[in-house]
Design a binder for this molecule. Structure first.
Ligand code: SF4
Ligand code: SF4
Length: 147
C-alpha cells in the first residue's frame, strides 16, 4: 500500500536535514576518533581469516604440491592452470602452476580442497599492478617468505 506523507515547510526545503547533517559532521570532526591510516607507514591489521594473495608452501625449497588437480577442479573462476610432470621417484609435481589473478574471486576453495596444504591464501593485500598478471610457480613460491 502506498502511503503519502505530508511534509511541513522545513522538510520541503530539506533545511532541517541539511542542518542535522552538518551537526553530525561537526560532531565527528571535532570529537570523533581519527580512523585515517597513514599508509604506507601505518598498515592496517586484517583479520587472520583475510584471504589475500596466494602462495605455494614449500618444504626444503621444494613445492608441497603433488599436482593432484583438485584445486583447478574446485575453482569456480577457472583461473588455476597446472601442468603435471613426474620426478625421478615417480612422484608427481607441477611443471607449470599458474593463477590468473584477475579472474580469482578469493573464495578460498582451492586452499580448502588441497590435501597437501600446498596452496594458501596469505594476508598480503597489496596486489595492484599496471598490467594483467598471471602468477607463475616461481612467483607463488617466493610469496611465502613475504607473509
Ligand atoms: S580463491 Fe577461489 S577463485 Fe581464487 S584461485 Fe582459489 S578457488 Fe579459484
Ligand atoms: S595445490 Fe594442492 S590441490 Fe592444487 S594441485 Fe597441488 S596438491 Fe593438488
Amino acid at each position: 500500500m502506498l502511503i503519502k506523507r505530508e511534509h511541513g515547510f522545513l522538510q520541503r526545503f530539506y533545511l532541517l536535514e541539511i542542518l542535522t547533517g552538518i551537526r553530525i559532521t561537526m560532531k565527528n570532526w571535532f570529537f570523533g576518533k581519527n580512523i585515517t591510516y597513514q599508509y604506507p607507514e601505518q598498515r592496517r591489521q586484517y583479520s587472520p581469516r583475510y584471504r589475500g594473495q596466494h602462495y605455494i608452501k614449500t618444504v626444503n625449497g621444494v613445492e608441497n604440491c603433488t599436482a593432484c588437480m583438485l584445486c583447478p577442479t574446485v575453482c569456480p573462476a577457472d583461473c588455476i592452470h597446472i601442468e603435471a610432470g613426474e620426478k625421478g621417484d615417480k612422484e608427481k609435481y607441477p611443471v607449470k602452476f599458474e593463477i590468473d589473478i584477475l579472474r580469482c574471486c578469493f573464495c578460498g576453495f582451492c586452499e580448502e580442497a588441497c590435501p597437501k596444504d600446498a596452496i594458501k591464501l596469505s594476508n598480503i593485500y597489496e596486489m595492484a599492478d599496471y598490467e594483467r598478471r598471471v602468477y607463475d610457480k616461481d612467483f607463488l613460491m617466493i610469496q611465502r617468505a613475504k607473509k
